[in-house]
Unconditional design. Structure first.
Ligand code: GTP
Ligand code: MG
Length: 148
């Protein structure tokens, strides 16, 4: 079983979309194993988006991401990384299918409301960065009704 790092960005929080976003993952069958509400520092976000540091939009991205609190979440379940990305849609909301989170709730690439890990390797790095205290393992009573 796999884990992914999902984060409701400051615009998602401001627009009151936290509940809807969490509900989509819960309804799909994913299990929360870590969750917190935090105001990230620019320094922390520069680590999170280190791969993008040479992009022209990097300074704006860091400002946007530090502009308010975010909800940091780890979801666990079958194919969590790839399926999580599919649930998000494309980076550009206008290229995201209707029915995906970005395809249903936003319009601009620089205000795309949610982050999701793009590989198992980045998920592991991001989970360690956002949850150095570790995650909380637990067994859902629905497990046998979600997995065969
Ligand atoms: P994340 O889940 O946030 O990592 O998005 P992603 O994996 O779909 O895209 P990527 O990691 O390449 O970029 C990270 C974030 O930078 C995006 O979600 C956007 O918010 C922002 N971003 C990416 N490309 C652009 C761009 O061309 N212009 C602007 N303004 N922002 C961009
Ligand atoms: Mg990314």
């Amino acid at each position: 079983t796999e884990r992914t790092y999902i984060m409701v960005k400051p615009d998602g929080v401001q627009r009151g979309l936290v509940g809807k976003i969490i509900t989509r993952f819960e309804e799909r069958g994913y299990k929360i194993v870590a969750l917190k509400f935090v105001q990230p520092t620019e320094e922390h976000l520069e680590k999170h988006y280190a791969d993008l540091r040479n992009k022209p939009f990097f300074p704006g991205l860091i400002k946007y991401m530090a502009s308010g609190p975010v909800v940091a979440i780890v979801f666990e379940g079958l194919d969590a990384v790839k399926t999580g990305r599919a649930m998000l849609g494309a980076t550009n909301p206008l290229a995201s299918p209707i029915g995906s989170i970005r395809g249903d709730f936003c319009l601009a690439v620089g205000r795309n409301i949610i982050h999701g890990s793009d590989s198992v390797e980045s998920a592991n790095k991001e989970i360690a960065l956002w949850f150095p205290e570790g995650i909380t393992e637990w067994k859902s009573v629905f497990e046998n009704w979600i997995y065969e």
